[in-house]
Every structure is written in C-alpha cells, then in structure tokens.
Design a protein around this ligand. Structure first.
Ligand code: AP5
Length: 182
C-alpha cells in the first residue's frame, strides 16, 4: 500500500473522512492543515485569532503559516503520511516539492475526490462547522476552483493522480481509494 499521499478535492468532498479511515487502518500520520489550523485557533494564540478571521471567510491563510506547520510535522513523520488540504495553490505545491526533495520522501500518489456541487453543499450545511454557511461555502468553492484545482492537472502530468467518485457512501468511496492505492 502506498504511504506517502495527498488527498485533494473541494470542500465537503470527504477528504477528512476518508483520510481518517485510511490513516487509522494503515498506521500513517494524518496531516490535515484545516485541523491543525483549528487547533491553533482553539489555543487562542495571536496566529490562531488571525487565522480564524480568514478561515471564517473561506479564504486561504498565509502560505508561510501553513508551510511552517506542515514542515514541522513532515520532518517528524517516519511511518508514512497523508496530506489533507495541503497544498492548496501552486506556491504551496512548489514548496512541498522542495521540502520532499530535501527529506528524500517522494510523493507516491494523489487522490482527487470528485463530488457534485449540490451534494457537497447539503453535506456541509448538515455538518454546520463555523465556516459551513451558504455564503462561505460558495467562496470556499470559488477559491478551490481558481487556486487549488489547477494542481490536479499538475499531478496528472506527473502520472501519480488517481480520480475517485466521492458521491457514493463512505465505505464504497473508501474501497475505491484502497483499490487505487494498492
Ligand atoms: P479544511 O478543514 O481543509 O476544509 P475544506 O477543504 O473546506 O474541507 P472540509 O473539511 O469542509 O471537507 P472534506 O473534504 O474534508 O470533507 P469531510 O470529510 O470533512 O480547511 C478549512 C479552512 O482552513 C480553509 O477554508 C482555509 O481557510 C484554511 N486552510 C486549510 N488548509 C489550508 C492551506 N493549505 N492553505 C491555506 N489555508 C488553508 O466531510 C464533510 C461532511 O460530509 C462531514 O459531515 C462528513 O461526515 C460528510 N461526509 C463525508 N463523506 C461522506 C459520504 N461519502 N457520504 C455522506 N456524507 C459524507
């Protein structure tokens, strides 16, 4: 099973859900920048307070902050890792490439989870996280399309992209991911 992974997809695609299941089953580190940023927000730090404002508008927090969080975690990971929600733009993808070269741990596969817009909006409204209201979801989706989705083409050209249909039940999607990474 591949163990140096990246999950990409629009908000509500199921990246976090699937990443949790996968990391538990295969014993690798789940590096979710969204979760790590929410931890920072809960800590009440100055960085966290600043990040919360940005996250609640559905915008991306600064590349510098996200990179410093990811770098620390990757340097300390020795059993495999799954990046969830990072990279989210071309600059972050370039920084990741350099970091992985430095630590000599090449990315083995990228899972792109596809989902219909009406499904993802329903899922997120039902979850009701602070950034899960209609106006912010629309902005998160817009940012995903403009800034993050070009990375799909980038990883496709590298021959490591696997596309997964995220519209199905959680266990069905998980089986497809396992099959794609086996
Ligand atoms: P982040 O936490 O990464 O949010 P996101 O990308 O919008 O993703 P979500 O968590 O909403 O969706 P998901 O695809 O993980 O789906 P999930 O499994 O949770 O980022 C939040 C914010 O942090 C960003 O907007 C930005 O401000 C900042 N940020 C994060 N990373 C950054 C970065 N690299 N650079 C800059 N800023 C960054 O599922 C959603 C719901 O659907 C759940 O309730 C779940 O139970 C349900 N569900 C999942 N799968 C299914 C299924 N198959 N069937 C039915 N329900 C399902």
């Amino acid at each position: 099973m591949k163990k140096k992974l990246l999950f990409i997809g629009p908000p509500g695609a199921g990246k976090g859900t699937q990443a949790n299941l996968f990391c538990k089953k295969y014993g690798i580190d789940h590096l979710s920048t969204g979760d790590l940023l929410r931890d920072e927000v809960s800590s009440g730090s100055v960085l966290g307070i600043k990040a919360a404002e940005t996250m609640n508008q559905g915008e991306l927090v600064s590349d510098e902050l996200v990179l410093s969080i990811v770098e620390g975690r990757l340097l300390n990971s020795n059993k495999g890792w799954l990046l969830d929600g990072f990279p989210r733009n071309v600059n972050q993808a370039n920084s990741l490439k350099h970091l992985l070269e430095k630590i000599n741990q090449p990315l083995e596969a990228v899972i792109s989870i596809k989902i219909a817009d009406d499904y993802l909006i329903k899922r997120l409204l039902a979850r009701g996280r602070e950034d899960d209201n209609e106006e912010v979801i629309v902005n998160r989706l817009k940012i995903y399309r403009y800034k993050t989705s070009p990375l799909i083409d980038l990883y496709s050209k590298q021959g490591i992209l696997k596309e997964i249909d995220g519209n199905d039940d959680i266990d069905v999607v998980f089986s497809c991911i396992e099959k794609a990474l086996g």
